[in-house]
Design a protein around this ligand. Structure first.
Ligand code: HEM
Length: 408
């Protein structure tokens, strides 16, 4: 039997820097019931199977009583949560996701992500140019954070000067998604206020883009006259999802990537000599240090899996972090190997909730890490392990101090 309090340990801030030993303990039973009634899924095959299982719901309202549903102000099972497809099930999920996705990628806007490459490279270089003459940087504040945030603002058409407000809003909204804070009244209230403020801001931006359109997603959404166009409410909801995704994930991927490279100097040297290996290295970084460590789901019926029965309406945590280091799936799973073949990690999930922004995240991560390694001379970690951000689910360093000789 695995310890039924290990997941609670993983949630504690003091274990944020090194959760993998705890995940390994949980993985001894690929599906385990924890003291708090949560089921945690840690085996690769089991996470993959459940992520694609129609008996699993992403809708947090699943199993709620009529009173609870009334309290969250949501309609009955299976309906739409205001176009927020991250927490919807089919058919609403597929319909709302398709309506949003058409403004982001193929087939409607095939070249959109690729067209951002020049701007991304410029933002990366500008961040490093600013550090010339210094001897140390905080990788998070000086490098990883500004890039995805600036890019997602460009993607949406948010003026860069408005961005500082969003970092407060997105932190408040995403912290509320942490299992340990879900019932915390202060966190809930802060998340509600932040959601209202973000929605009010987006409403104003939508009105501006209706009269003054640009080459961005919000302009594209508001000028859509087709039958499957989004309502203003859905555009607001999508814009907030994308802002959170842009603020909370790629930042952590780049920071954790630099940390991993500095802890593995031979691999960093190999990548300096052979920058063409960076796409494979970025996949390894995602596998080893997933920015989204786990996500919760609900069961719609009893599910038999790995010798146990998860009952109906149970909360299930799918751990991408544990699955990615499952020795039954990956040879030598803790090794950082940019040349690993067959790296089907689950850091972008799989199935119907597969990450919408994966192509953009990959483009940003590869350009950022390649440029950082090339331009930052003789980098060394000043604090190891670094301090981490609060969230156990969206995990990454809050500060990463690195000393260096010069910036080329
Ligand atoms: C390295 C960076 C990123 C990582 C690791 C990541 C990871 C993930 C994961 C694991 C999911 C599935 C969540 C679940 O299982 O419930 C997801 C969904 C999603 N991601 Fe990302 N993401 C990243 C960057 C981005 C970016 C840059 C965007 C926006 C452009 C984005 C937009 C989304 C959206 C909209 C969904 C919801 C998809 C759905 O529910 O159908 N992500 N992402």
């Amino acid at each position: 039997m695995v310890d039924s309090t290990t997941f609670a340990e993983i949630l504690k801030p003091e274990n944020r820097a090194a959760p993998n030993e705890l995940w390994a303990q949980l993985r001894e039973e690929p599906v385990s019931r924890q003291d708090d009634g949560t089921w945690v899924v840690t085996g690769y095959n089991e996470v993959r199977a459940l992520a694609a299982d129609p008996r699993i719901s992403a809708d947090f309202r699943t199993g709620m009583s009529a009173e609870e549903l009334a309290a969250v102000g949501a309609p009955g099972e299976g309906g739409s949560v205001g176009g927020n497809f991250v927490v919807e099930d089919p058919p609403a999920h597929d319909r709302d996701r398709a309506k949003a996705m058409k403004h982001f990628g193929p087939p409607h806007r095939p070249g959109f992500v690729a067209s951002l490459e020049g701007a991304i490279q410029r933002y990366v270089d500008t961040s490093l140019d600013r550090l010339r003459g210094q001897e140390q940087m905080d990788v998070v504040a000086d490098f990883s954070y500004p890039l995805p945030v600036r890019v997602i603002c460009d993607v949406l058409g948010v003026p860069p000067e408005d961005e500082p407000q969003f970092s407060l809003w997105t932190t408040a909204i995403s912290l509320q998604a942490s299992p340990d804070l879900r019932d915390d009244p202060v966190a809930s209230q802060q998340a509600d206020v932040a959601s209202q403020q973000a929605a009010a801001y987006m409403y104003g931006l939508i009105q501006r883009r209706k009269v003054d359109p640009g080459n961005d997603m919000i302009s594209d959404m508001v000028s859509d006259t087709s039958e499957d166009r989004l309502t203003d409410q859905q555009i607001i909801s999508n814009a907030i999802i994308l802002l959170i995704a842009g603020h909370e994930t790629t930042v952590n991927a780049v920071s954790s990537g630099i940390l991993l490279l500095l802890r593995n100097p031979e691999t960093a040297e190999l990548l300096r000599e052979r920058p063409e290996l960076m796409p494979g290295a970025f996949e390894e970084i995602l596998r080893l240090e997933p920015p989204v460590q786990f996500r919760d789901r609900r069961t719609l019926s009893d599910i038999d899996i790995a010798g146990v029965t998860i009952p109906r309406f149970a909360t299930v945590q799918l751990s991408y972090a544990a699955a990615n280091r499952d020795p039954n799936r990956f040879a030598d799973p803790d090794r950082f190997d940019p040349e690993r073949e067959d790296n089907q990690h689950l850091s972008f999930n799989t199935g119907l909730h597969y990450c919408f922004g994966a192509p953009l995240a990959r483009l940003e991560g590869i350009l950022a890490l390649r440029t950082w390694l090339r331009r930052v001379q003789n980098p060394r970690l000043l604090v190891d392990p670094p301090p981490y951000r609060r969230s156990p689910a969206l995990r990454g360093p809050s500060e990463l101090l690195v000393g260096f000789d010069e910036i080329l």
